[in-house]
Design a protein around this ligand. Sequence first.
Ligand code: PLP
Length: 396
Amino acid sequence: MTPDHTVASLIEREHQHFIPTYKRLPLEVDRAEGMHVFTRDGRRYLDFLGGIAVNSLGHCHPAVIAAIERQVHRYAHMSNYFYQDAQVEFAEALVAASGYDRVFLTNSGTEATDGAMKLARMHGSTSGRSEIIGLSGGFHGRTYGALSIMDKPGYKDGMGPFLPATSVIAFNDVAALEAAVGEGTCAVMLEFLQGEGGIHWVAEDFVRRLFELREQHGFLVIADEVQAGGGRTGTFFSFERYGVRPDIVTVAKGLGGGLPLGAILIPESLATVWGPGRHGTTFGGNALACAAGSTVLAELRSGLMARVADVGAYAIAKLEALRAELPQVIGEIRGAGAMLGVELTVPVGQVVESMLERGVIANATSETVLRLLPPMIYGREHVDEMVGVLREVLVG
Ligand code: PLP
């Protein structure tokens, strides 16, 4: 059968066969390269979504292709029964980049979340601690552990009950934190820069108090760096700017440069919490994903993080200039590097649609925030083009 490549046909066929969970963009992608996506009707789009923070080196980066190609000719999958050099090399690079000592490799962010929660619970089990606390507006994935420490009704309604001994406290509310933690607290999990929640940095006084309370009560702090980590904000982890060191860190998204790869990172002090057989995965640490991941980490080592910090600062300055011109439409501009949020007073969904019509792919997160997650290779010329299109859309 010859496939029919018109977008309409694709949409119709999808609607017949998929459980309808996704709102798709009405594009039929043919191919993508660097910062651009090309559709079958010959249009070129500037990509400020980057596969939702996944395509860290852009599309079809030659070094990523070469690494995958090299590995696929050796083997694609071997299972975690085998020692694999692709896994070991990636783990060594990840340990060196992160400053943590040990890794567990996963396929996705939510798998890293649930694994981190299990590890924390097992660590707490020897001292009778089981409560895991999340922050309002946080996003940690779609599995039951993750959902149990999140509070957005749209992700949870009708799907309970969720895990016992879990709760969610108000974002940046120090009094709520003080009231919530105690001797039964096993862990507090948070994104230091909330992504899906609208690009919000956690407040410094909240972080300071969190780590004081951790000292006092002996619970673990789990940093979810799935979206903000891997160099995206200009440092390897977004929490680095607070001068703290969480006990467990989860990463995924951009780490595999487009292939599914995540990790749980821990210090040596937690290395023996899990022994053989206590946790596992079939696909996690897949050799192709690890080969691609090692390439991403090599690029980060050769100056990409400093570059992303610099281009991010330029983007913020350009967006601030636009805000000065349109103060009634643009509110706060938040984030860093290749993870930016622009607060708008007009419906963000419409702005995203209009930007798409003009050839720029962006995203709305929360009702009022335009989210920009370009590949980390983006440059000033891409910022200029994106801001120009945003201006056109907002001026009307
Ligand atoms: N944690 C954060 C901060 C995320 O942004 C996401 C995904 O958006 C996840 C966890 C879940 O990752 P995944 O969709 O790979 O399961």
